[in-house]
Design a protein around this ligand. Structure first.
Ligand code: ADP
Ligand code: MG
Length: 322
């Protein structure tokens, strides 16, 4: 078993992970990391902790876990419109298991390469398995996509499809090889969320002001936008984008009418929910949809709460830890 310093050097302070981004002027190896922040840009950061037994099973595959942990963090940067530059990693490990560490650092490297972000530092301690990742990104000064940026009359849009990850929850403990194509797609949607970095950047560049990533479910996360912006919304249930894989899985389970329930309440999709004035949407539509299909699902209005187009109230409850 490697010691602490050997472990850091072997698995984390290595090419592929620590050399992806030139903005990191000093990375792993000193007391602090140093980041270059060009004039006119602001540093933007977010942190998340995943605890074994709470957020994932102790036996979860290390490579998948790493990919998911980093992707979920990057999704927060996407929701601000930020360009990711680096991340730090605080690991608490019950033991220095070489196989686990190899899988974990491989998963990190895969995502780090895609988004050209460096692992700039971290902390390694012995204890129950827990993974804390902090991501850092850059933003033009005072231009972030914020939860309080929704305006009355704005369209509400979402990227991709909703409810896929929630539909995968009952599949996660099954052997992947035994799942059909649709189920494998849903399983991937849960384990391999795609942080919508390019979409967030395009929204920001085009004059967008408001976005959130959907981690706790559309109603809950749209609810955060509404609360912060001091507005309400009308949502068209028939417009909610659902994948054909989701529909076929629900059909198989004899629950063909549950798609909108999952789309509204299911978490873990890590799509973006954003608002745009309609003329801006019309002018940006082609550019945004070339990155990922985006669908208008409703409109911001002054009256608080979320209503359907037929006037029924929808309650904004997602998963809460306490
Ligand atoms: P200190 O005692 O000054 O906090 P450490 O001994 O904890 O320093 O870490 C030594 C170096 O290794 C630091 O640059 C730190 O950022 C880095 N490091 C420690 N653990 C990790 C990790 N899990 N991933 C990446 N870098 C790490
Ligand atoms: Mg330390």
């Amino acid at each position: 078993m490697p010691g602490e310093f050997e472990l850091i050097q072997r698995y984390f302070d290595r090419p592929g992970l620590n050399d992806q981004c030139a903005a990191v002027s000093l990375g792993i190896g000193d007391d602090c990391a140093i980041i270059d922040v060009p004039v006119g840009l602001q540093l933007c950061f977010s942190i998340d902790t995943l605890v074994a037994g709470v957020h994932f099973p102790v036996t979860a595959d290390a490579e998948l876990l790493a990919r998911r942990a980093l992707a979920v963090n990057l999704s927060d940067l996407a929701a601000m419109g930020a360009t990711p530059i680096c991340f730090t990693l605080a690991l608490s490990l019950p033991e220095a298991d070489s196989k686990w560490l190899h899988g974990f650092s491989t998963g990190l490297e895969q995502v780090a390469r895609v988004f050209e972000i460096s692992l700039a530092g971290g902390d390694t301690t012995r204890g129950p398995l827990s993974i804390t990742i902090q991501v850092q990104g850059l933003l033009p000064v005072k231009r972030a996509l914020r939860r309080d940026g929704a305006g009355i009359g704005d369209l509400i849009l979402v990227s991709g499809t909703l409810g896929d990850a929630a539909a995968a929850l009952t599949l996660l403990d099954q052997d992947y090889a035994t799942l059909d194509d649709c189920q494998q797609y849903l399983w991937q949607r849960y384990y391999d969320p795609q942080p919508r970095i390019a979409l967030g950047r395009a929204l920001l560049a085009g004059g967008g002001r408001c976005a959130i990533d959907i981690s706790d479910g559309l109603l809950a996360d749209l609810g955060h936008i509404l609360e912060r912006s001091g507005v309400g919304a009308v949502v068209d249930l028939a417009a909610l984008p659902c994948s054909s894989a989701l529909q076929s899985e629900l059909l198989r389970k004899g629950q063909p009418n549950d798609a909108s329930k999952l789309a509204l309440g299911g978490g873990d999709d890590y799509e973006l929910c954003f608002t745009l004035p309609e003329p801006l949407w019309q002018s940006m539509k082609a550019e945004l949809c070339a990155l990922v299909p985006c669908t208008p699902i409703g409109r911001i209005q002054s009256a608080a709460g979320i209503l359907t187009t037929t006037g029924e109230p929808l309650s904004a409850t997602g998963y809460q830890h306490f």
